[in-house]
Ligand binder design. Sequence first.
Ligand code: NOJ
Length: 565
Amino acid sequence: MPRLSKMQRAWWKEAVVYQIYPRSFQDSNGDGIGDIRGIIQRLDYIKSLGIDVVWLNPVYRSPNDDNGYDISDYRNIMAEFGTMEDFDELLAGMHKRGIKLVMDLVVNHSSDEHEWFQQSRQSRDNPYRNFYHWWPAEHGHPPKRWSYFAKNGSAWKYDETTDAYYLHYFSEKQPDLNWENPKLRAEIYDMMHFWFKKGIDGFRMDVITFISKHPGYPEFPERYQGQNMIDIYAQGPRLHEYLQEMNQQVLQHYDIMTVAEGPGTKTDNVLKLVDEDRKELNMSYHFDHQSIGVGERYIVNDDYQNLVKFKKVMTEWDTVFAEKGWNTIYLGNHDFPRMVTRWANDAPKWRARASKMLTTFLLTMRGTPYYYMGDEIGMSNIKFENIEDYKDLMTLNWYHLTQSEGGDVDALIESHKLVGRDNARTPMQWNANENAGFTKGVPWIKINPNHIDVNVEEQQDRSDSELNYFRQMVALRKQKLTLVYGSYELLFPEHQQMFAYLRKLDDETLLIMLNFSEENCAVTLAESLKITGVLQNNCTSLAHEGTSVELLPYQAVICMVDTQS
Ligand code: NOJ
């Protein structure tokens, strides 16, 4: 049995992280856009969840081409979100309540409106020229690079002023920063110190795996085409050198946490980022489960909810960290659909129970859970029918690209109802009133009409609500360190409805059983596992007799077991 006394304990391993997308959390001034004062108004709610850390999506100055992921000033606050005084008050308010604040660090690219880029594009000998990646046009068209958000799919944009192309893995308004340049790196480290000196508790590092580019921008091997290029973007030759330098110069000086957004990271290379002996980052999160059944331009196929594949991915990722490093667990965030729609069932009949089941999953796996705002009340996808309703440049660009190629735009709309990013970006549903208590103005994006039924006010005091279930689960994870540090062992890997696993620490064994389907689901446990009690249940009872157990649709249980082996 694994022993707690042998574990390298850390606050960020025991923490539950709650993610706030500020644009959609709470508007305080009636402009239809969530803001920092809105979050301040909701601090007691956030505290009531029992979570330890808030990850706040970018609040820096930005022209908002990509909702704040295009930063024009790293040391100021976006006007729509408030002022630096508001930010300081938010940080103090969180700390007063014992909540830590993790900010987004977006340094693979800046906005094209950042002073550095304004300078860089002026002349080939400008002192800021090498803060970005340029390809002189006299060398011909640069080798192919794929862009997430470019209108024509290419990550090179021609710029007339200096007759050269600049690189942008994301939109044209998000030029990639050149980490080869030590001056750029020094600026970034300095900016990180600025925020740590204010007292923030860590960074979630946006697409940090892409910061090192292949020198000379060579043609990539044939197998890296289109979206696949992500995998090679994440293998830049100097990535780890940069992160070790960042650790030495900045991170090691503070008691903070770091988590990489790790697109392109695989089970066979992630330890390079998070093996503690290498002194880079604490954690990383991968996209492997999100990619199941989702292809180019996010067109979904039949594998989309393939539970066997999902279990395999989650288990393989757990195994990587069994001895070293530390895992992260998430099912949704601002870049993915609502978890209950994506992984379970948002039909009114099942939505509440299914979302509690997923909450059980997130809070019983090994690894730090990242929980997305609104999931605690079981918010579901809005499923826009019309392209006009979308605000996200990703869906908009892929729609127009598909249209210009004469492709199937209806298929794209159908798929984006399931996986489009805007599904997670509709405002937080506080009450059943007009605009769900989010704003007194016109919301920047439509509000899910189901806020009439699905909202915080309705769930606040109802003991069996999704919201109170989440609070119970957070409390349970705090109380049972087996759920944090215990070993993980998958049962019934090939079962198509049931996700079941054991967590073991010291003398305790917990059995978690989750029915991911809308049918009853029966299994026979090994003779050696004897259920002695039920710690948590999203239904009112559990049908079990000897080694036979039958779960109701979307039922989730955590059982104490005697292991007689
Ligand atoms: C990942 C962020 O989470 C996403 O929202 C953004 O569009 C891209 N990185 C570009 O910064």
